[in-house]
Design a protein around this ligand. Structure first.
Ligand code: 5GP
Length: 121
């Protein structure tokens, strides 16, 4: 499967579709999910064209990988949901059909601001 340049997050990265931005640096863009599942529901995406976590780990440079995961923590800190600034959060990344992935550009969901509950349904 090759990367689809017209997926919705690619359009957000190109500025063709608006988003409620939380944080941006050279490696990541973070914005609020359009359909929040919890009080706080943020998305963190890498700037590079990667379909999912496995694609990212296979193809991204070490700098991109470190930059992405540090970005996740920066966003949690900025949102006040990290252990240092708040009460914790959950992060997850859906991969492929069985994982329930809808948008084929790697993204981590960050849920917080309240108890998240059961790990999986
Ligand atoms: P997935 O199921 O691929 O892990 O999650 C995709 C997420 O993207 C969903 O939670 C969905 O609500 C969110 N989403 C889909 N389209 C848009 C959009 O145009 N803007 C934003 N901010 N989020 C979106």
């Amino acid at each position: 499967m090759s990367y689809d340049n017209n997926n919705i997050f690619a359009k957000i990265l190109r500025g063709e579709i608006p988003c409620k931005k939380i944080y941006e640096d050279e490696f990541v863009l973070s914005f609020h999910d359009i359909s929040p599942q919890k009080k706080i529901h943020a998305l963190v995406i890498p700037k590079g064209k990667y379909i999912d976590l496995d694609d990212f780990n296979n193809k991204a440079s070490p700098e991109e990988i470190v930059g992405f995961f540090k970005g996740v923590s920066k966003v949690a800190s900025k949102l006040g949901i990290s252990i240092n600034e708040g009460n914790g959060y959950r992060t997850l990344s859906n991969i492929g059909e069985n994982g329930g992935q809808e948008v084929p550009h790697l993204h981590f969901h960050l849920f917080g601001g309240e108890k998240i509950g059961k790990m999986v349904e």
